[in-house]
Design a protein around this ligand. Structure first.
Ligand code: 13P
Length: 249
């Protein structure tokens, strides 16, 4: 049986409280009556978690953080711990997004420590991986991504506490996407690599992310081993994000 499809929205550093509240209400209304069996999760910026959590209460819409520190508490100005996210109502946290790997020099080792923190706090870690354009052009995309997976996954990772998001760096926010064959090849390679690392690798949800929109969601979500999407820009518009959720069937 294929794992349950997950449509996750990464709001990144966007929206203020009023806009976030309206978006959350629209998504919550959709989820109350949704016929799609797919799960939906939103990952707002940390200061908006409370506002969004209040709107999602009592609905099946899930909440996630965008990053967490590896430690549970301490002198780490500006950071948030996985325990704090859990306390704020989150069930998920993305770790190792390429924007954090690039902007904050995050290594596979640090991403792994953050994923361990997520597991410790009872959160599902959405571990992000993806090659740069130069790496793809050099024919190294599969090697880069499978090695990021091996380096970023804690030993205790299971299908219940871990999701992997493949987001080619060059496809994020650019309107460009890999070919459907390239996505299929990568997801098959990821599934195979996970088989060496985990006992329940077939049940791990593998998301595709990078310029997913209503017009391409159908064909991307139909690819073998694609169990959902991690959506940036299109998750900021209720209509678009709902259309992507509907495309998940
Ligand atoms: P876009 O959907 O805007 O390309 O962003 C993808 C992404 O980075 C989600 O984490």
């Amino acid at each position: 049986m294929s794992p349950r499809t997950l449509i996750a929205g990464n709001w990144k550093m966007n929206l203020l409280r009023g806009e976030a509240g309206l978006l959350a209400v629209a998504l919550a209304d959709h989820m109350r009556s949704a016929t799609s069996g797919a799960e939906m999760v939103v990952c707002p910026p940390t200061p908006l978690l409370d506002t969004v959590a209040a709107k999602l209460a009592g609905t099946p819409l899930g909440l996630g953080g965008q990053d967490c520190h590896a430690e549970s508490a301490g002198a780490h100005t500006g950071d948030v711990s996985a325990e704090m996210l859990r306390d704020a109502g989150c069930g998920f946290v993305t770790v190792g997004h390429s924007e954090r790997r690039a902007d904050h020099d995050e290594s596979d080792g640090l991403v792994r420590a953050k994923a361990e923190a997520a597991h410790r706090a009872g959160l599902i870690a959405i571990v992000c991986v993806g090659e740069t354009e130069a790496e793809r052009d050099a024919g190294r995309a599969v090697d880069v991504v499978t090695s990021q997976i091996a380096g970023s996954l804690p030993e205790a990772s299971t299908a219940a506490n871990t999701v992997i998001a493949y987001e080619p760096v060059w496809a994020i926010g650019t309107g460009r996407t890999p070919t459907l064959d390239d996505i299929a090849e990568m997801h098959a390679a990821m599934r195979a690599r996970l088989g060496d690392l985990m006992t329940d690798s077939d049940a791990v949800r593998l998301l595709y992310g990078g310029s997913v929109k209503p017009s391409n969601a159908d064909e991307i979500l139909a690819i073998a081993n694609v169990n959902g999407a991690l959506v940036g820009g299109a998750s900021l518009k209720a209509e678009d994000f709902i259309a992507i959720h509907r495309a998940a069937g």
